[in-house]
Ligand binder design. Sequence first.
Ligand code: NDP
Length: 241
Amino acid sequence: MARVALVTGGTRGIGGAISKALKAAGYKVAASYAGNDAAAEKFKAETGIPVHKWDVASFEACADGIKQVEAGLGPVEVLVNNAGITKDTAFHKMTSEQWSAVINTNLGSLFNMTRPLIEGMRARKFGRIINISSINGQKGQFGQVNYSAAKAGEIGFTKALALENAKTGITVNAICPGYINTEMVQAVPKDVIEKSILPQIPVTRLGEPEEIARAVVFLAADDAGFITGSTLSVNGGQYLA
Ligand code: NDP
């Protein structure tokens, strides 16, 4: 029987590539998104993957959304916590709203999504939880105190939850992408990418969303059960952790 996978922020960017790769690998996939209905409907029409709109920063919305997904596909066995945002500014200019939005969306969502699912995974003795963190959670980044804190928090969450569930057939892992060619990075001016970013990347190019998706499919597999609590860097050699 095909396993059921749920990808948050799974309708575009890295999440869109993850949803498609899991479907191609034989999973029954559902994708969530925040509010970009046009992108979500286009994705659904192109892929046939069902899409669901809810805010991952809300615990109640996540619990309701998961119920909808499970009513359609069955119990979620693979959870990819991918949804994320940036609100960059120097810390001395950062507002409480910029801090809270990034912490609640990027890190709070891991609690909001995982807590409603973990008891079912424990009871069924199988689960794959894959958290899309960031190179900037490993090394810190200028202008991203909120984002770096949230992404580093995702790594701590991954390690602790992996330990708690190591005997239950559930693995919990983090992937730390470097610069990936999505709208989040395309918002950076082209000359900044060419002059400042590419010289930091030993493989001399941006990563592609499909290269993160490949790592997710690897960690989601039934025979990846000995990999838990790990942090997989996919960054073209930019930061060697
Ligand atoms: P995009 O901005 O391209 O896509 C983000 C996705 O997350 C969208 O589907 C969006 O929905 C969804 N989303 C955002 N906020 C919420 C919310 N509150 N509730 C539900 N869904 C939400 O991002 P990327 O594909 O670039 O990034 C994906 C993940 O990878 C993020 O966690 C990011 O931090 C991480 N990452 C990205 C890197 C990069 O270089 N791109 C590098 C390192 C890490 P909608 O379409 O409705 O807006």
